[in-house]
Ligand binder design. Structure first.
Ligand SMILES: Cc1ncc(COP(=O)(O)O)c(C=O)c1O
Length: 325
């Protein structure tokens, strides 16, 4: 079966979840070799997921869990893609959804959320203020809080990315390069590879290189300073709206996951992201700016000879059809 549910046995609660009633065929995304300088990298095309981003892997598990618990209404907050995903899976499961987004979220993502029948509540404020508004609505309404940031079941879905990558390559890559905002991808991929390591299926967890936007890099700064959690710093604007997270709620876990993998953090500037997006497009890959962040880091690390030995892999996380820029 070319979907993430071939690993249902490995997903916590997987046997209790009525996932066929919620699934849109997520997972099973293509893995394509591409040249970066003299190196081949394995790109996993998460942007061909049902709603156009990797968030579908986590959203399907979260919505199936809400259904199991008898929820009829969902509330979520998101910079765009997670909200789109929750809205689509809520529609598939016959549930109502209200998605809180910062007013600055991409118009195309909001169009998609509304088209799935969800209510959009736009908050004039930061990503953090948007989350607080959603939590307030959950408290007053009793709806299920379908939070991709706090609910660990979201990570249970994301970890299938690691299982698939391993199965397709026939080995674990030496390095995975991942964008990091709230860190669900980093945490989910780390969880997946850690489980494979603990089960003796692979010898070593790949090195995770987590990538942040230069103007909004609380995790990278904390890692560099040897801190165990991120400090609240200034939020600069970036074209990579999906990772513009000034206060990642699980910063301690994200930092520990990267450390455990023997990995590191890299920051990339907006012009590097734009350049990477263009380089990808000229090879046929069409991603939104946040979707080019990991590739931008790979381009720089290769130029600087810092990519390390062994197989390198990265996801292209979000579709170019989602944005107008
Ligand atoms: C396309 C894309 N890539 C990467 C990320 C980063 O994911 P996370 O916030 O889980 O680190 C997001 C988050 O919205 C995204 O939309």
């Amino acid at each position: 079966m070319a979907s993430m549910w071939r690993y249902a046995d490995g997903i916590a609660g997987g046997d209790a979840l009525d996932w066929p009633a919620v699934s849109l065929g997520e997972g099973g995304t293509p893995l394509v070799e591409a040249k970066v300088g003299r190196r081949e990298v394995a790109l996993k095309l998460e942007y061909v997921s049902p709603t156009g981003s990797f968030k579908d892997r986590g959203a399907v598990v979260l919505v199936a869990l809400a259904r199991l618990l008898g929820a009829e209404r969902l509330v979520a907050d998101s910079s765009g893609n997670a909200g789109t995903s929750i809205a689509a899976y809520a529609a598939r499961a016959g549930m109502e959804a209200e998605i809180f987004v910062p007013a600055s979220a991409s118009e195309k993502k909001l169009l998609q959320v509304r088209a799935h029948g969800a209510k959009v509540t736009a908050i004039q404020g930061t990503r953090e203020e948007t989350a607080l508004a959603a939590i307030e609505r959950v408290t007053e309404s009793g709806a299920f809080y379908a939070s991709h940031v706090y609910n660990p079941y979201f990570l249970e879905g994301i970890k299938t990315y690691a299982f698939e990558l391993f199965e397709e390559l026939g080995e674990a890559p030496a390095t995975v390069v991942l964008p990091a905002g709230n860190g669900t991808l980093v945490l989910g991929v780390h969880r997946g590879f850690r489980e494979l390591t603990d089960a003796g299926i692979i010898g070593q967890t790949p090195r995770i290189v987590a990538v942040q936007a230069r103007t909004c890099a609380p995790l990278a700064s904390a890692f560099e300073s040897g801190l165990s959690r991120a400090e609240v710093g200034p939020t600069g604007r970036t074209v990579a709206e999906g990772i513009a997270i000034a206060e990642p709620a699980r910063s301690d876990e994200i930092l520990a996951a990267v450390e455990d993998s023997g990995g590191s953090f890299v920051t990339v500037a907006d012009d590097e992201i734009d350049e990477a997006r263009g380089v990808l497009a000229r090879q046929g890959f069409w991603v939104e700016p946040t979707g080019a962040v990991a590739y931008a880091a790979i381009l720089r690390l290769e130029r600087e000879g810092r990519l390390g030995e062994g197989l390198v892999s990265a996801p292209l996380c979000g579709s170019g059809l989602k944005t107008t820029v």
